[in-house]
Design a protein around this ligand. Structure first.
Ligand SMILES: CC(C)(COP(=O)(O)OP(=O)(O)OC[C@H]1O[C@@H](n2cnc3c(N)ncnc32)[C@H](O)[C@@H]1OP(=O)(O)O)[C@@H](O)C(=O)NCCC(=O)NCCS
Length: 134
């Protein structure tokens, strides 16, 4: 979490999954039950579900600091983690810039995964990065 005084201005949400080598689309549907996959004791895959910076604070470099900072902190807290995984909409260029700068690479693409306006179809890109040192 990032804060500015008493105000929360940024969040990073993650789960720890039992590793699955090739991600399948069903794993990423909204509303999945975290209890089906979250295993903070034995899980080795960090799934980064979301990151957000409050609109008034965007474009100031905070997301670029929050993302790797949270990733490092979770990796240090859960030393069994081997990989981090996330799903990003192909059109979210700011988020993709942060993930690429942090070393994430495209692993799988889910065609037309997102339908944000009911009619438009946008691809979902699964990106993955090894967690060094763990
Ligand atoms: C994605 C998000 C977290 C980025 O946080 P941020 O603090 O605004 O990002 P930063 O200021 O660190 O910038 C990240 C990159 O986007 C670019 N960027 C950010 N705002 C920009 C703007 N208004 N115009 C052009 N580029 C912009 C930056 O230049 C940087 O790219 P670079 O490293 O290649 O220069 C934030 O925009 C957000 O919360 N968006 C809505 C939720 C979302 O999409 N979350 C991600 C998927 S779950």
């Amino acid at each position: 979490m990032a804060d500015s005084g008493p105000e929360c201005i940024g969040c990073f949400f993650s789960e720890i999954w039992k590793e699955s080598s090739i991600p399948v689309v069903e794993q990423f549907t909204l509303g999945h039950d975290i209890l089906e996959r979250h295993d903070p004791v034995h899980g080795t895959m960090l799934y980064i579900a979301s990151m957000t910076i409050s609109p008034a604070f965007r474009g100031k470099g905070l997301g670029s600091m929050l993302f790797p900072g949270c990733l490092d902190r979770v990796a240090a807290t859960f030393p069994q983690l081997t990989y981090a995984l996330l799903l990003v909409n192909e059109t979210w260029r700011h988020a993709r810039a942060i993930y690429e700068a942090t070393g994430f690479k495209e692993l799988v693409r889910f065609k037309d995964f997102f339908t944000p306006y009911g009619t438009a179809h946008e691809d979902g890109i699964v990106m993955r990065r090894a967690i060094q040192g763990n």
